[in-house]
Write a protein that binds this ligand. Sequence first.
Ligand code: F7E
Length: 324
Amino acid sequence: MTKRALVTGVTGQDGAYLSQLLLEKGYEVYGVVRRSSHFGVADHRLRWLGVDKDVRILDGNLSDLSSLIRNVEQAKPDEVYNLAAQSFVASSWQQPILTGNITGVGVTNVLEAVRIAAPGARFYQASSSEMYGKIQEAAQSETTPFYPRSPYAVAKLYGHWITVNYRESFGLHASSGILFNHESPLRGIEFVTRKVTDGVARIKRGLQSELRLGNIDAKRDWGHAKDYVRAMWLMLQQDVADDYVVATGLTTTVRDMCKIAFEHVGLSIDDHLVIDPAFFRPAEVDVLLGNPAKAKAKLGWEPLISLDQMIREMVDADLARIAG
Ligand code: F7E
């Protein structure tokens, strides 16, 4: 029997890589897309991976429960992956209510649609390492207390706990993946890795001379999205639903990540990097470092792509984009 998956946030980085993975595994993939006048632009990541023709697009919105019920009725999914969110932390101070409605309460809408229309389906919630915020333990695991530092992180915490609650209240097979930062050539341009790789490519090609960043002392545990969507899928193949940290177990400053990008094209960070207070956040998450021991032991999951490899891949993709 062909398995069927429903993916919200299908036009995002993770939605595109997850669709590719599921299609390779023989799934029928349905993607929820919110209506806008820009769809030809919105599906560019699916096109980049060559899977746009294979994903069946459904019109739905995380703030509209009846649309989600119809999406679930139509897709009849075995697995539901909730990847949709307002996912840019910095914007969450500018749009805190929208962030709460979509990134937080939107999760309940998806869970309700599953509970009403496909209670036997397995559910994945995209939780975030941002929930650890002001960290309470040097290496964060599934048992580390949370301390969110942005409206985004507060909303993700709600989404995480409502997932746990629906598992415990209604017996849904609902799992939460606490994913640390994960990047790729398909990362949105506003996130720091892609901003850096795109900036470095432009500087290399003489299109700009400086790269303006905020807090370059912040440290993140960065992995590759392609590795991380594999962990999502593995979670839903387990007999029992659970929560898992997905991380590399290594942490690097924004500055050192930047150096990898500049050095890859033979340039020096000191000649081009400008610190701009406009990119500092009202409250910062200074350092994140995940402990992926449980994912390794129970899912047999391990990241395969290093930060160095990933940043070089991203710079090369941005150089090619500019050339094209
Ligand atoms: O920032 C610092 C910034 O925007 C990383 C999302 O996927 O991962 C992501 O959230 C760090 C922060 O990602 C600039 O202050 C310095 O300390 O790439 P980012 P994020 O906020 O960590 C988590 C796991 C998610 O769940 C989120 O959805 O870099 N930084 N200068 C900068 N960041 C940006 N964006 N731009 C700068 O110029």
